[in-house]
Design a protein around this ligand. Structure first.
Ligand SMILES: Nc1ncnc2c1ncn2[C@@H]1O[C@H](COP(=O)(O)OP(=O)(O)OP(=O)(O)O)[C@@H](O)[C@H]1O
Ligand SMILES: Nc1ncnc2c1ncn2[C@@H]1O[C@H](COP(=O)(O)OP(=O)(O)OP(=O)(O)O)[C@@H](O)[C@H]1O
Ligand SMILES: [Mg+2]
Ligand SMILES: [Mg+2]
Lengths: 257, 257
């Protein structure tokens, strides 16, 4: 049974792409059939795994707006056989406005991904930093949400808007949508601010917070410039070990369902 | 003559809000009449200066969608007499969709800000992390753009999309729109990645890059939790000194026009 997971938070720069890319790669290393979907017009997840952002190739835009079959847009990963990628390119920038006038505009992605449902164990979808129609489409298409939270003040402030949007989607489009977990990112134990925000997040979310915390680790920021997930760039790094641990926690949680 | 400046970059978490808030406060300390406009539904700039995000109070949403007069929504700053704030609250989340069906939807903000044009020396507008209708409205209403760039790989990747959008606005809505500068943020001189990205940005943008670089400084991340700009929270910090220096550079550049 496929588990489709949105990696979402409208606050920018909290580690959504870094989480989607490295969680997908860690699941693929564990031989779980994994599809990484890039739903952000910036296309960072696509370049983070070294996939092509060439607008001449089929991408998510062609699948949800142009009706192209999914398998024409899916790219295989060069290093990881169990990892496939549905890329984004700059054509997706216009999708938000184009979706507005379509009937059932919130379910375009869910219908487009339906053929993939039983071909993968996990589908991870990287969201843009907004609560517009693309993110609504992703939440409507997903079984669950992972919320990366950077351990800083502004990141905590936007959580109630995100939870409102999740509730709206549960009431109108997708009653099954669950929160699979909250992941603390860029954690620096030397900083008071970090310790305080982490404490507040655990108070607020309780057991939903992943036990694994992702530390600030420059290797995670270097890996994308080589188009590689962290475990293909520096598997010994604390960043790689942390995302492998999160993948294990995620598998235990979904196996228990 | 008022200079209206958009602080924009669709990449999330690069320091847009931190720059808008601290540049506005630094200009106000220099006794330049300054209006800080929060155009991001997250409302981080509003809380970053301690203004109210109460949805019962008038905000930017009421001014651009509801036609409320500007002076009913503008709040005075508790500490800085030369700083006024046009706040955002969660009502702005719906504005992006509501703007779509309006005639001349790209110029709503420019018309709303027209009465403020000669009441201020500087108007600084904090943008959301997207290239949708809110950001288009801001670019159409502005004389210039400041582009904060975090010294990391993904931040450099999105620049061409941002420049495309600026060109589109110059051709269709606002031929006068200039780029006032590119500001390197969260710079850590110990990291190779940072030095490399900074080098690439200077190659690409030349003299447009502000000579002042904003270093990574935890005091900048702590200040928002007290609802204060850095110079009211810790004026001795390297973060405060850097933003004061950028404000001086900006004044020299705009005085020279
Ligand atoms: N644990 C970490 N340690 C160090 N750097 C990190 C870490 N996680 C992410 N980064 C870096 O921080 C920046 C922001 O992360 P990322 O781009 O993944 O966030 P995002 O939420 O996807 O941003 P956006 O809102 O723009 O989509 C990137 O440059 C990334 O390489
Ligand atoms: N120079 C700096 N040193 C340390 N922390 C910083 C610095 N600049 C910004 N920050 C922190 O980094 C985070 C991201 O900055 P900020 O929220 O200003 O970016 P943004 O571009 O406005 O994000 P968004 O895309 O969500 O609007 C915030 O928690 C902020 O406090
Ligand atoms: Mg991202
Ligand atoms: Mg911001």
């Amino acid at each position: 049974m496929t588990r489709t997971i949105a990696v979402a938070n409208q606050k920018g720069g909290v580690g959504k792409t870094t989480t989607a890319v490295n969680l997908a790669a860690s699941l693929a290393i564990a031989e779980r059939r994994t599809l990484l979907v890039d739903a952000d017009p910036q296309g960072n997840a696509t370049s983070g795994v070294g996939a092509s952002r060439d607008p001449a190739k089929a991408s998510l835009y062609d699948v949800i707006i142009g009706g192209r079959p999914l398998e024409e847009a899916i790219q295989l990963d060069a290093d990881l056989p169990f990892l496939h990628v549905l890329p984004a390119n700059q054509e997706l920038v216009g999708a938000e406005l184009e979706l507005v006038d379509l009937p059932s505009r919130e379910t375009m992605l869910r219908r487009a991904l339906a053929p993939a449902r039983d071909a993968y164990d996990f589908i991870l979808i990287d969201c843009p930093p907004s609560l517009g129609l693309i993110t609504l489409n992703v939440l409507t298409a997903s079984d669950a949400v992972i919320i990366p939270i950077q351990c800083e003040y502004y990141a905590l402030e936007g959580i109630s808007q995100l939870l409102n949007t999740i509730r709206l989607v549960q009431q109108n489009f997708n009653p099954e949508l669950a929160i699979d977990g909250v992941l603390l990112t860029m954690y620096d134990s030397r900083l008071n601010l970090c310790r305080q925000v982490a404490h507040d997040a655990k108070e607020y979310f309780g057991p939903k917070v992943f036990r694994t915390v992702i530390p600030r680790n420059v290797r995670l920021a270097e890996a994308p410039s080589f188009g590689k997930p962290i475990l293909m760039y520096d598997v010994q790094s604390v960043g790689a070990k942390s995302y492998i641990a999160v993948a294990q926690e995620l598998q235990r949680r979904s196996d228990a369902l």
